[in-house]
Design a protein around this ligand. Structure first.
Ligand code: NAG
Ligand code: NAG
Ligand code: NAG
Ligand code: NAG
Ligand code: NAG
Ligand code: NAG
Ligand code: NAG
Ligand code: NAG
Ligand code: NAG
Ligand code: NAG
Ligand code: NAG
Ligand code: NAG
Length: 409
């Protein structure tokens, strides 16, 4: 168990929209802390946690967990009021409030995560509990008033844990059973009150993905499938009952290629833990036509903004077709539509799923798009050459005609 106490920095507002974690679908949680028959803390909020952790492959992965609406509350009332929200596999968020004559304030946050929870922390190297305690400041309200902050507020609790609160409306040290209509509104809400409420980010144009070496090695150590390419995954998922397109580049330096090679089928599995993306590509060989082709593609993804794992794929494809004994090359960007909600964009691709010898690509067979792209400069070049020729001929003819004229003088 690690325990750290850190002074927290408070950064409020729209900045959060730029941070991936804030895009997770947060759910509103209602809570109430009672002492006998009287309520001391009551309210609702949304919270998303971003936790960096180490995986079994010694990589740093980022877990994004949203407080589910099924969270249960407990706590106690006293000199300081304590609110605890419990969720999932024994995860919890504790908020401790203190007060003086005039104001009450959230002064400490404590988070506990169960790293054994493989759904939230896939392939975590450590199991057991991660506890982070941080002193906080900035969330405060007048006594007998409710604290209201609908804007997103990012709290950096430690180097590895951030929490983002939004849609907050709560009151501590209550004397009557209901939240006061007298509100202490946070400054982020006051400054943003004239602007429109935050809406989901549109899919911003991404730079092309980096080209990765996703080659597959046999059990005996020889490379059996060669694959160099940049990959971009485009999926359409439902978010709050709306169809949303999301685009992610596979980053070669954190994507692990594994797979297997067979006589008639070779499979490449790409897994990026950080963006929680798994992509599987299967190539089949038709021994009659001696052609190979991408026959199956499947993706599973859990990206920020998704409440559930997205899965899609097809096993009846016939894409990226090449000849046995050759490699298939396509420098031009290609969009491979796998299902209506799942497309793979390839960049600068060269693959050879069968018949690899000596760790090297066989002679490349170029895709039609490349040939078309090549055709344009050829046509333009030919046109230019023709033009030069016409000018030259015109010049020569002109010269021949005027030449005798000079001689007569
Ligand atoms: C956090 O607050 C407690 C009591 O309010 C104090 O004893 C402790 O020193 C504080 N820790 C830090 C790191 O400021
Ligand atoms: C709670 O209220 C009930 C009646 O509504 C009363 O009988 C009981 O004594 C109260 N308990 C406390 C601790 O105030
Ligand atoms: C994990 O990585 C860190 C630095 O990146 C290194 O110091 C450490 O030895 C590695 N641990 C293992 C088990 O590979
Ligand atoms: C939570 O922890 C308690 C003991 O610490 C254990 O009995 C219980 O099964 C745990 N619950 C879950 C959902 O892991
Ligand atoms: C952590 O989660 C695992 C798996 O969900 C569960 O078996 C275990 O009891 C939990 N640990 C604690 C301390 O609650
Ligand atoms: C808060 O309300 C209670 C009961 O209504 C009252 O006794 C108390 O003086 C009020 N405190 C402040 C600071 O207004
Ligand atoms: C927490 O937020 C800061 C500032 O935006 C960011 O630099 C950092 O990577 C975040 N950490 C985690 C674990 O999300
Ligand atoms: C790609 O990786 C394979 C196996 O790791 C290696 O044999 C090959 O030389 C690499 N190719 C390039 C162009 O880096
Ligand atoms: C081992 O490698 C050789 C080429 O070096 C290849 O012909 C053979 O099929 C491989 N065997 C297995 C079991 O992968
Ligand atoms: C992603 O897919 C959506 C829906 O099919 C499409 O409208 C959009 O143009 C695609 N974006 C890219 C960059 O491929
Ligand atoms: C991976 O590559 C990206 C882009 O080149 C870079 O920003 C990032 O720091 C790299 N990450 C690691 C773990 O090497
Ligand atoms: C293999 O290719 C031949 C010729 O193109 C075709 O007739 C046959 O249906 C293909 N077989 C499979 C299993 O796709």
């Amino acid at each position: 168990m690690t325990k750290c106490v850190l002074k927290m920095r408070l950064a409020a507002g729209g900045l959060c929209a730029l941070l991936m974690g804030c895009m997770s679908v947060a759910q509103s949680v209602s809570f109430q802390v009672m002492d006998g028959n009287s309520t001391c803390v009551k309210g609702e909020l949304e919270a998303t946690f971003n936790i960096a952790y180490t995986t079994t492959t010694n990589r740093t992965a980022l877990a994004g967990i949203s407080l589910p609406s099924s969270s249960t509350s407990s706590g106690f009332c006293g000199a300081s009021d304590l609110l605890q929200l419990h969720f999932g596999a024994n995860h919890s968020l504790s908020m401790s409030f203190s007060r003086d004559e005039q104001v009450y304030e959230l002064n400490q946050l404590s988070l506990q995560f169960n790293l054994s929870d493989v759904i939230s922390f896939p392939q975590s190297s450590s199991t057991g509990l991660l506890t982070v305690v941080a002193n906080v400041s900035g969330i405060l309200a007048s006594v007998n008033s409710s604290y209201v902050c609908l804007s997103s507020v990012l709290l950096e609790l430690s180097d590895v844990v951030n929490v983002t609160f939004s849609q907050m409306r709560l009151q501590a040290f209550m004397t009557v059973g209901e939240i006061s209509a007298d509100e202490s509104v946070c400054s982020a809400d006051l400054s943003s009150s004239t602007t429109a409420p935050p809406s989901p980010l549109p899919t911003s144009p991404l730079p092309p993905p980096e080209r990765g070496n996703y080659s597959v090695t046999n059990t005996n150590g020889s490379v059996c499938m060669l694959a160099l390419m940049g990959l971009q995954i485009n999926i359409t998922h439902l978010s709050q009952n709306q169809s949303v397109s999301a685009l992610v580049n596979l980053q070669p330096n954190r994507t692990t290629p594994t797979g297997s090679c067979g006589d008639s089928m070779s499979t490449l599995e790409l897994s990026d833990e950080e963006s929680r993306t798994n992509l599987s590509l299967s190539f089949s060989l038709n021994s009659t036509s001696r052609k190979f082709f991408l026959s199956a593609a499947n993706v599973s993804a859990l990206w920020p903004g998704m409440s559930d794992v997205f899965e899609s794929g097809s096993g009846s494809l016939s894409l990226l077709q090449g000849s046995l004994g050759r490699s298939y090359m396509c420098s031009t960007q290609q969009s491979l539509q796998v299902t209506p909600v799942f497309t793979i964009n390839t960049f600068n691709l060269q693959i050879q799923p069968f018949g690899v010898s000596g760790n090297q690509f066989s002679t490349a067979e170029e895709c039609l798009l490349d040939k078309e792209n090549l055709l344009v400069p050829i046509v333009v070049g030919a046109a230019l050459a023709g033009l030069v020729l016409i000018v030259l001929i015109a010049y020569l003819i002109g010269r021949k005609r005027t030449h005798p004229g000079y001689q007569t003088i």
